[in-house]
Write a protein that binds this ligand. Structure first.
Ligand SMILES: [Mn+2]
Length: 361
């Protein structure tokens, strides 16, 4: 595996590449052209400039998170082919630039959903949190207002104000889209992009829906083992793979995370590893990465990744806001750096133990 760190670009991120370079064991950056809208073709010059900036800082551009999917593709409107053509052009250009992993998601209307961006924990840190009760009490239009007001001035991924201004129309677009239609539209999209992925060896890594269930009556399909295996099978190409995000699949306590990882051997192209702390099955908050601070056994998650021979980029995920840092919620430097160091520590211990056992056989 390669330990990486998500970075939004020097125009948007409070964290610098120099700081990332100084986190022990972090060698790569996961980035995007944050200013582009879903459906736009990425300019080669912009891709190369991003890559060069990262490489000049002594890091590698280990993959893109995300190239977002236009709603026309998810809904399956008559003009979807135009947007898929644009997507293919972007993939072509990324492939030509030597980029081989692209994360994306297929969530209708909203990207990840939280009801609080700064819940105070007993240690004084603040974290993103979710309660089903709060979602049930809101209508979708208010959701955006409630989430954007608390973002430390940052634009949250998937919650771009330009899109959210049209939220009523977006909901209208998805009115007739159920799980089956969404699966069919995903299949159509994947079948069209696989040739360019084969040509340039680009691993597509779908990010799970977060939380892993329907919100506001919208369909959500990338939520559990059954559905993700269905997706692998319906377009059975190794380039059709997943981002294994423990914090997203983990929102549903019925998801057995190590078991899911093992069932996806060979198809996990990117890993987001973080912990959650559940206060009840419908109330969770993001905790420190350490097992004992949350609900998940992080050792078992890393062991499962090790056992399947995972060799793609991995990154710590949302962190707590600590030490008075002001940054995009979830995306400060300090707690994610602690997360990277911890995950590297687990991996080193697992690897050394494994090699010792092999040597003594
Ligand atoms: Mn994630």
């Amino acid at each position: 595996m390669q330990m990486t760190f998500r970075w939004y670009g020097s125009k948007y991120d409070t964290v610098t590449l120099k700081q990332i370079r100084q986190i022990p064991g972090v060698t790569g950056v996961i980035s995007t052209l944050y200013g582009t809208a879903p459906g736009e073709v990425w300019e080669t010059a912009d891709i190369l400039a991003l890559k060069k900036e990262i490489e000049d800082a002594g890091l590698s551009l280990a993959g893109i998170e995300s190239v977002n999917i236009h709603d026309a593709i998810k809904v399956g409107t008559p003009d979807r082919d135009r947007y898929i053509d644009n997507y293919i052009t972007t993939l072509e250009r990324l492939g030509q630039a030597g980029i081989h992993m692209v994360c994306y998601n297929f969530m209708p209307v909203f990207d990840w959903t939280r009801t609080e961006l700064a819940r105070v924990r007993p240690d004084g840190s603040t974290v993103l949190a979710y309660t089903q009760e709060a979602v049930d009490a809101l209508n979708p239009e208010d959701m955006f207002a409630s989430i954007s007001g608390d973002a430390n001035g940052a634009i949250l991924p998937g919650w771009e104000p330009e899109r959210m201004a049209h939220i009523k129309e977006l909901f209208e677009m998805y009115r007739d889209v159920d799980d089956e239609k969404l699966f069919a539209n995903l299949k159509y999209f994947l079948e069209r992009i696989m040739p360019v992925c084969d040509k340039y060896d680009i691993n597509m890594a779908i990010h799970p829906d977060d939380p892993a269930w329907s919100v506001f009556g919208l369909p959500r399909i990338i939520i559990n083992k059954e559905n993700i295996l269905r997706m692998m099978k319906m377009v059975d190409n190794p380039h059709n793979g997943v981002t294994f995000c423990s914090g997203s699949y983990g929102t549903n306590l019925e998801n057995d995370l190590p078991d899911m990882i093992r069932s996806l051997k060979g198809r996990i192209h990117f890993a987001h590893v973080r912990n959650l702390k559940f206060n009840s099955p419908t109330d969770f908050e993001e905790s420190a990465h350490l097992s004992s601070d949350g609900t998940f056994d992080m050792y078992e998650i890393m062991l499962a990744l090790y056992d399947i021979g995972f060799d793609g980029p991995i990154r710590p995920d949302h962190g707590r806001m600590i030490w008075d840092e002001v940054a995009m919620p979830g995306y400060g430097l300090y707690d994610r750096a602690l997360g990277a160091a911890y995950l590297n520590g687990l991996w080193e211990a697992i690897d050394k133990q494994h090699k010792k056992e092999e040597a003594s056989k």
